[in-house]
Design a protein around this ligand. Structure first.
Ligand code: ZN
Length: 321
């Protein structure tokens, strides 16, 4: 896994709660606004006479006030604002807007552990079947330990087109997708989350739509860089494979990946074959020696019995003298 920004995130449930309470309160100091004329994001440091009247909050579409004479210059709502936004919804819309400027992202490897439940079961069945029928039971642990835990490698996803907040109908109910990317006419969904990762219900709906989906952890980003982040830093994070993992893989791709893994397993079994042969040979040798030993022990018992009979005879004869 590439570590594009050069740090690792640690997920901490307790800290999440503390941070959420802090960030969900009103009076949020926003580092970024939306320029409704230029239709792009603007950092507080880029405010000037030309754009300052056009800067809005995308949650409520009201104007932002730029607070420049402050230790931490920032945007804020006007005092009588009706905006119901919190920091979570703010980071969401900034991310959605920023994605419109991004032409490609690094996507992470597909881990077996991340597979959608039903796909995971299908994988496990095949995995066990192949290993059980090819590897002796005593060697399975060692063999499995060496196997890779991913179905695909990390790669680059080109983004030709992007749509945000698209609603899809499924038999399980409607579902709103935050970011829909199009790459060579192929869709990939991206779902940013802050405090609520995608749950099983949503995963089931994604499986109905059958579109590969990445989950994007924005909480880790804010935890690390703070709420007064720079746009360029967030952009780098969105492009990197940090904080992303697959939550659903479309059926057609999954079948290909499964097939690839099956081929990989056959290769690994071939590579492991000398160990199996060695083990089988040793096993045979050990069996032979054990057989000999048990025969010798039998003989030993008979000889010891004969010895003790003769010894008793000598003893009895001695008493008669
Ligand atoms: Zn607002």
């Amino acid at each position: 896994m590439t570590n594009a920004i050069g740090f690792l995130f640690v997920y901490n449930q307790n800290y999440l709660i503390i941070l959420n309470k802090k960030m969900l309160k009103s009076n949020i100091k926003y580092p970024v606004a939306f320029d409704s004329v230029q239709e792009k994001l603007i950092e507080i440091s880029k405010v000037n006479i030309e754009n300052k009247e056009n800067l809005i909050c995308k949650d409520c579409n009201e104007s932002f006030v730029a607070v420049l004479n402050h230790q931490t210059p920032h945007f804020k709502h006007k005092p009588k604002s009706n905006c119901t936004a919190n920091f979570e919804s703010y980071v969401h819309w900034v991310t959605k807007e920023l994605f419109k400027e991004i032409k490609s992202i690094n996507v992470p490897e597909l881990l077996i552990d991340d597979l959608f439940e039903k796909q995971r079961e299908k994988f496990q069945l095949l995995y066990n079947k192949i290993i059980d029928s090819n590897i002796p039971e005593e060697l399975r642990f060692e063999f499995k330990n060496e196997l890779k835990r991913n179905l695909t490698d990390a790669q680059v996803l080109q983004i030709d087109k992007i749509e945000t907040e698209k609603e899809y109908k499924t038999d399980l109910g409607n579902v709103l997708i935050d970011i829909v990317t199009l790459s060579h006419n192929e869709k990939v969904f991206i779902e940013p989350f802050f405090s609520n990762p995608i749950n099983q219900e949503k995963k089931n709906k994604l499986s109905e739509i059958d579109t590969s989906t990445l989950m994007l952890n924005l909480f880790d980003f804010i935890e690390y860089f703070g709420s007064n982040f720079e746009l360029e830093t967030l952009k780098k994070y969105l492009i990197s494979d940090e904080g992303k993992n697959w939550v659903y893989i479309k059926k057609e791709d999954f079948d290909i990946f499964l097939n690839n893994y099956e081929n990989y397993l056959s290769e690994e079994i071939k590579r492991f074959n000398p160990v199996i042969v060695l083990y089988e040979n040793k096993k045979e040798e050990i069996l032979k020696i054990n057989n000999k030993l048990s025969k010798l022990f039998n003989k030993k018992d008979i000889i010891e019995k004969k010895i003790s009979i003769l010894q008793n005879k000598v003893y009895d004869l001695g008493k008669e003298i």
